[in-house]
Design a protein around this ligand. Structure first.
Ligand code: NDP
Length: 261
């Protein structure tokens, strides 16, 4: 059984928000954590003042901080090579880096901005694909591993007003890639799952809603509230840990009951 204590975990987009919560969650479980981000700024207002690297240093675990733009395949290969050189393998990959640009009600499907669509695909889909390709070989050689990708409920259902279509399309592609990858890597002992959060109260999202004069809420959700980064980290930890050994190819929503089935 794969335990997280001592596991070698790589988390992308670990600099802030949900990725930071995930990296810290694995460190608290005793895993070695490679935090990957394009920069390691302090958080947005309401987020911790220390960088994630300072926070990881407070845990008694092996931690690496690696600067990498996930949209650059050569940089991704170099990052994975650096982790392999340090640790000899990767047990868990969390492809968290992602997001969308532009106003939250903009980019309706009929008039979607092509540059925004392309950049959403480059970041969310290609950023995920580059890392999955790079770790697949060492994980296959190990005969074990767990990959968790970051979808969104926007990739499963349209937003109520039809806005942010570029992002929804990119996240739908992440979910589909995840299912194909699970089929491909399952015979090699590797699990692949996605989480699909609803609105999560990160500093960046709060700032984006504030630009529109709104607050993050989840009206119509069963629990009636937005989630916290830790709510997502909990599910990622489960999917990467020993208690999910028979779960693969799934897209697990973490949305307080926003999507209706
Ligand atoms: P944040 O913007 O708060 O954090 C994302 C982190 O990823 C930042 O540190 C960011 O760096 C980094 N990053 C962005 N682009 C790149 C890149 N090209 N290469 C390397 N690192 C990069 O986002 P969230 O924590 O809110 O989101 C995390 C994931 O969860 C994303 O995939 C998002 O789409 C998904 N998600 C979020 C939801 C939410 O409500 N917050 C809901 C559903 C899904 P920098 O600060 O420099 O931009």
């Amino acid at each position: 059984m794969r335990t997280l204590a001592g596991a070698r975990v790589l988390v992308t987009g670990a600099g802030r928000g949900i990725g930071r919560a995930i990296a810290l969650r694995f460190a608290a479980a005793g895993a070695a954590v490679a935090a990957v981000d394009r920069d390691f700024h302090a958080g947005f207002p309401g987020e911790p003042a220390e960088s994630v690297l300072q926070q990881l240093a407070a845990h008694d675990v092996d931690a690496l901080g690696l600067q990498c733009d996930v949209t650059d395949p050569a940089a991704v290969d170099a990052t994975v090579d650096a982790v392999l050189a340090a640790w000899g393998g990767v047990d868990v990959l969390v492809c968290n880096a992602g997001g969308g640009t532009g106003p939250i009600h903009g980019n309706k499907a009929s008039e979607v901005d092509l540059a925004a669509l392309e950049s959403a695909l480059r970041l969310n889909l290609f950023g995920t694909v580059h890392f999955c390709r790079a770790v697949a070989k060492p994980m296959r050689a190990q005969g074990s591993g767990s990959i968790v990708t970051m979808g969104s409920i926007n990739g499963l259902e349209s937003t109520e007003d039809g806005g942010y279509a570029h992002y929804g399309v990119a996240k739908a592609a992440v979910a589909t890639y995840t299912r194909y990858l699970a089929r491909d890597l399952g015979p090699h002992g590797i699990q692949v799952n996605a989480v699909a959060p609803g609105p999560i109260s990160t500093g960046r999202l709060r700032a984006r809603y504030a630009e529109a004069g709104e607050e993050i809420t989840a009206p119509g959700s069963a629990l009636g509230r937005a989630g916290e980064p830790d709510d997502v980290a909990t599910v990622v930890e489960f999917l990467a840990g020993p208690h999910s050994r028979h779960v693969t190819g799934q897209v697990v929503t973490v949305d307080g009951g926003l999507l209706r089935s």
